[in-house]
Design a protein around this ligand. Structure first.
Ligand code: AMP
Length: 384
């Protein structure tokens, strides 16, 4: 089945066409074509509809756009309703739109992408795959509740949702398969470390806790996001006269590695630290320390993890950062094999020593593949 995967942002749309095997996705799938349309709203590409025109031309050149069987959309926020990928219809589109206030930077763009496809190809099956769904399915209330008045939950849906779910779920499956553990017996801590970063406690293949919360700001030290801070800081800043927009900008775009090291790119921060930049070295320690604390906490949460798994841009590529994190896990008797840690590969692999209490893995994520497979599965089930 040929699936067009769309990841719509406010000013860009990333796309990929994947040929998903019809046996449910267990065989090899193939990327047929991929690309990105950027600067929507600035130049000749006026809106998302025009961006999709451009994409359909490019896809048409590669495969003939009439051959696309389905479109899979990455949707950031599925709220409390969506705990699985769903076939999109008008009602579903409106439900996603109603979640816009919970993800103001992301969901409106996702809705524009869906509407543009509906206009262009009214009969095309479309599937929404939610970043929150993996957590929504199984996070227990004691993990998703904030200890705040219930009115905040009832009126505004203020609770922990968690994000990167598509990646955490995909990587859990891959890691369990790699270790030969049935998914329903797989207990692990998964660290998705990209520009945005989150860590998830997986028990029996299901998410039971995750570091991002009501928004993707909570948790780890990220490229430009602060992660956990005392909420009292927000009150203090408000009283000092900062506006909500200014605080938003500061915590989401000017914090994290960027604030600590002057750069949000892990590669540059690692290089600077190696060149003796003390701020960069401290930034790495702050980020590694925060993650190690979460790993310790989630090891307890899952009742003793069978594995710690690194994934995404930093998790897959930065042996230096992995070394710093695993170096802080001595109390758990988790031991890094320094040589294995430095090896480069696109395959799942073990980077801990044989006598490590539990294995440490690097497992490449592939969110587009996960979305394409979920889309094919939903469309096949709807036809059956
Ligand atoms: P992602 O959001 O998953 O694309 O990850 C982006 C992050 O991965 C950035 O902080 C990059 O600096 C980091 N990254 C990508 N490649 C490398 C690498 N070879 N070494 C260190 N960090 C890397």
């Amino acid at each position: 089945m040929l699936v067009l995967v769309l990841n719509s942002g406010s000013s860009s749309i990333k796309y990929q066409v994947r040929d998903v095997p019809d046996d449910g996705g267990s065989g090899e799938d193939v990327i047929v074509t991929e690309g990105i349309v950027e600067r929507i709203g600035e130049g000749p590409v006026k809106d998302h509809a025009q961006a999709l025109e451009a994409i359909s031309r490019k896809v048409g050149d590669a495969v003939g756009d009439t051959d696309i069987d389905a479109v899979g959309h990455r949707v950031v926020h599925g709220g409390e309703r969506f705990d699985e990928p769903v076939l999109i219809n008008n009602e579903i589109t409106r439900a996603i739109e109603r979640l816009n206030p919970l993800a103001p930077l992301h969901n409106p763009a996702n809705v524009l992408g869906i509407r543009a496809i509906t206009e262009k190809w009214p009969k095309m099956p479309q599937v929404a795959v939610f970043d929150t769904a993996f957590h929504r399915r199984s996070l227990p209330e004691h993990a998703w509740r904030y200890a705040v008045p219930d009115e905040l939950y009832r009126r505004f849906g203020i609770r922990r949702y968690g994000f990167h779910g598509t990646s955490h779920e995909y990587v859990s499956r891959k890691a369990a398969a790699f270790l030969g553990t049935p998914l329903e017996d797989f207990d692990a801590v998964i660290a998705h470390l990209g520009n945005g970063a989150s860590v998830t406690a997986v028990k029996g293949g299901r998410s039971i806790d995750t570091s991002m919360g009501f928004t993707p700001l909570e948790g780890l030290v990220m490229g430009t996001r602060s992660g956990d801070i005392d909420a009292g800081i927000l009150l203090f800043l408000q009283r000092e006269g900062y506006t909500a927009e200014e605080i938003d900008q500061m915590l989401n775009r000017e914090s994290g590695l960027k604030a600590l090291a002057g750069n949000n790119d892990m590669r540059s921060v690692v290089e600077a630290a190696e060149d003796g930049d003390a701020r960069a070295a401290m930034a790495l320690e702050a980020a590694a320390y925060r993650l190690a604390k979460y790993i310790g906490g989630y090891h307890v949460a899952v009742g003793g993890a069978h594995a710690v798994v690194f994934t995404a841009g930093i998790g897959e590529n930065s042996w230096q950062f992995r070394e710093r994190v695993v170096g802080r896990l001595d109390a758990l008797e988790i031991m890094l094999d320094e040589r294995a840690n430095r090896e480069r590969s696109k395959e799942p692999r073990i980077i801990s020593t044989e006598d490590s209490a539990i294995p440490v893995l690097v497992v490449p994520t592939d969110e587009e593949r996960a979305i394409a497979e979920a889309t094919a599965a939903v469309v096949s089930a709807a036809k059956a």
